[in-house]
Design a protein around this ligand. Sequence first.
Ligand SMILES: Cc1cc2nc3c(=O)[nH]c(=O)nc-3n(C[C@H](O)[C@H](O)[C@H](O)COP(=O)(O)OP(=O)(O)OC[C@H]3O[C@@H](n4cnc5c(N)ncnc54)[C@H](O)[C@@H]3O)c2cc1C
Length: 498
Amino acid sequence: MKVIIIGGGIGGLSAGIYAQHHGFQSVILEKHHTPGGQCTGWDRRGYHIDGCIHWLTGTREGSAFHKLWMEVGALDGVEIIHPESFLCFEDQGEQLSIFRDLDALQASWTELSLGDAENIREFCDDVRLLQSFSFPVEKPRDLMSLPEKVRTLLSMKDAGAILKKYGRMNLSEFARRFSHPAIREGLGGMAPDTFNAAMIFFAIAAFTTGEASIPKGGSRALALRMAERYTSLGGVLETSCEVQELVIQGKRVHSVVCADGRTFEADHVIAACDAHFVYHQLLKGRYRDRAFEKRFANPVDYPLASEILVALGYAGTMDSVGEKLPWSLNFPVDPISINGRAINRLTMKHFSHEPGFAPEGHSLLIYDLNQFHEDFDRWHDLSRDPEAYKQEKARIGQAVLSATEQRFPAMKGKLSVLDVVTPKTYQRYCNAYRGAFMAFFPTVKGKMMEHSGRIPGLENMVLAGQWVQPPGGLPTALLSGRAAIMRLCRKTGQSWRL
Ligand SMILES: Cc1cc2nc3c(=O)[nH]c(=O)nc-3n(C[C@H](O)[C@H](O)[C@H](O)COP(=O)(O)OP(=O)(O)OC[C@H]3O[C@@H](n4cnc5c(N)ncnc54)[C@H](O)[C@@H]3O)c2cc1C
């Protein structure tokens, strides 16, 4: 059976690997010259800019997700970097760290603000409750038997309790429980105000158990290991091969046509790329999905986030800065105006754990500046004038550089802007809808979605990738590709062999 997979991101690579394992003849068609999609990195002036992984769920040996990453060759023999803290916030001379050691976190926060001790204890206890929680990964819900569904539901008891307690509260509301400004600012700043507070409990629980750390070598290396696993199983990876059209006959996709004129016939098609692009471009709006359309039309309850990534090169080692810096530091800056909105804080990540990402004696610094709905519209308009777009990127790069010099005087005169990426970049390279780097973020009003990928009206094409289970992310992309092949096995009467 010939399976065409559109998109060679983590979702597409996962589908390809599991397809090959199960005897299907698969071809991945990827638009870019390198596989990986948003899980990528690129080289500039002797530096390697890592464009994705802040943390990867599944880094703890023996966990359910770790097993899957091993199945697809992503973590084979890979050292895992466990930063001491996930993020450190500075506020009025004080620092607040999200330590990996939860007891240390509780003690240091309590020391900072004794008046918040009770709230801090409750917060840490609720995180502890989730530390043993394991997201069910074995099968998608639609393939589960009734007893399996019941077992899964019971295994989610603690997660359900946290969702019930915090899922109807937005993050800023939760942060206001604390009286100390650094704690308020720190917790409230972990995600935009309207996002539901429950998500930070899951995130911190995963981080504090070593389940959400960083694979050495970074994002591009991880994707290339999966691509290697795929081709070693006999899969065919066609890069620089953008699918432009689907030839549909009756209820079946007969073939896909690429920008270079090549045509690939298919028994089954898995679209492992952006959902909006699939429904609106490839399927020309003829097979719209109600669940997705409802979300695309309501960016308040179903927000999409993108970002500006600024990469700086520092001609010095991090030891020369004069203070011990955490992997990720959030600090206040003089306002930087972007799209009419003031950015008052920056988060700087340094990569001293990856000496290969910078020339010897130099360091790579990366900043991610959140961008939302209106920001994308402004970038879209600006990109119509390439010179103005270029100048705006240069201005932002320079502003971030100056703010860094101001915070770290030792870096003065030794910084250079390596690259500035905007939401338009993600759209251009990955066909990402509104530049989104993940699917709809959880808000108080937004409903969770678990999509089977089925496209009503088409018998042999499904959707995969991070969009089928918001909020997305790398583990979701991995699971979605696996689930797409599990469903195909079920459909063709084949047994699942892993
Ligand atoms: C800056 C940034 C930081 C992130 N940090 C994290 C993190 O720390 N942890 C985490 O879990 N997740 C993170 N993510 C999210 C993660 O990268 C994504 O969730 C994941 O990579 C999505 O994988 P995917 O395969 O679903 O989609 P994509 O990566 O978008 O892959 C889709 C692929 O399809 C290709 N494609 C699109 N249209 C076509 C076409 N017509 N023909 C052929 N090919 C096509 C694209 O080029 C792309 O390669 C981050 C993302 C970004 C951008």
